[in-house]
Design a protein around this ligand. Structure first.
Ligand code: ZN
Length: 289
């Protein structure tokens, strides 16, 4: 629930604040961690959410709890019941998220060791990578968010939940990635077809897996079946071409390998390019590697 006013504490003095008096700059400088619910007797902490067009609001701080009689207490309790009921909520991975993740994964694969290390150090300095994982209390209830790219698994409320899209290399996939949506990076070994559907065999450090493309990938775009053939041309021109793909990771029982099922046409990059771009470049012969 959006909250539009707060109580502000400074040197034990209490004053009221309306959302109109808060800007991002002032919040960071002055109000962060010092704003509380304005309801009498409620001590829930609030934080500021900046939105464009005068639509800023306040919301309840992460684990803060409103007092029972507070108007805003309803929110939190309901949220918890939801968790207890389902345990896992389904979230959606947006196309923008997929595109961004693929480009980052491609850039990462293109770097040498030294560049990669520099990036990690930079990210740590800016607090993007946490040095230590926070300890998780296993006995308390946990909300797990499974993000999906498979349209068949989407629920109407999935669109409300945005999760993190994690990246893995072919050789760093673990059991806990099984059934999860991931951006996977590897090198392409070969292209084959089973029942007319393309399969890309990819590898990294001697670990192999197949990348398959589900029906949703070709929905309303059957020309994509043919477009895959251009990959053979790419493989002749580029030694161990880079593949980045976003989809659902599955463990196959037959050969104990993981495989990746791609549902979204935006979920595939070859040498940093979408399939359509490679096709159009080859068609006009503008490409040079
Ligand atoms: Zn309150």
């Amino acid at each position: 629930m959006k909250i539009l006013d707060a109580v502000y504490f400074r040197n034990n003095e209490r004053s009221f604040l309306s959302i109109r008096e808060i800007t991002s700059e002032i919040y960071v400088k002055e109000y962060e961690k010092r704003l509380f619910c304005a309801t009498n007797g409620c001590h829930a902490r609030l934080c500021f959410v900046a939105k464009s067009g005068n639509k800023n609001y306040l919301r309840t701080w992460r684990d803060s709890i409103h007092s029972q009689h507070c108007l805003y207490s309803f929110d939190k309790v309901q949220g918890r019941l939801g968790v207890r009921k389902s345990g896992t909520i389904i979230g959606i991975v947006s196309r923008d998220q997929i595109r961004k993740s693929l480009i980052e994964a491609y850039d990462m694969e293109n770097m040498n060791e030294e560049e990669r290390w520099k990036l990690v150090v930079e990210k740590r300095q800016h607090g993007i990578i946490k040095m230590k994982r926070p300890k998780v209390n296993k006995t308390s209830e946990q909300l797990t968010l499974a993000i999906v790219s498979d349209p068949a698994r989407l629920t109407p409320d999935a669109f409300l939940n945005k999760g993190r899209l994690y990246k893995r290399d072919v050789d760093t996939l673990k059991e806990k990635d099984n059934g999860q949506t991931r951006t996977v990076t590897g090198r392409i070994q070969s292209l084959s077809y089973i029942n007319g559907s393309p399969i890309l065999r990819v590898y990294k450090n001697n670990v192999f897996m197949n990348v398959r493309f589900e029906e949703a990938f070709f929905a309303n775009a059957e020309q994509y079946y043919d477009m895959f053939k251009i990959i053979n041309r790419l493989l002749k021109d580029v030694d161990s071409a880079i593949l980045n793909a976003t989809g659902e990771v599955r463990r196959k029982d037959e050969n104990d390998e993981f495989e990746l099922l791609v549902f979204d046409r935006d979920g595939l990059l070859l040498e940093g390019m979408p399939l359509t771009l490679i096709v159009s470049h080859y068609t006009t012969e503008q490409i040079s590697f």
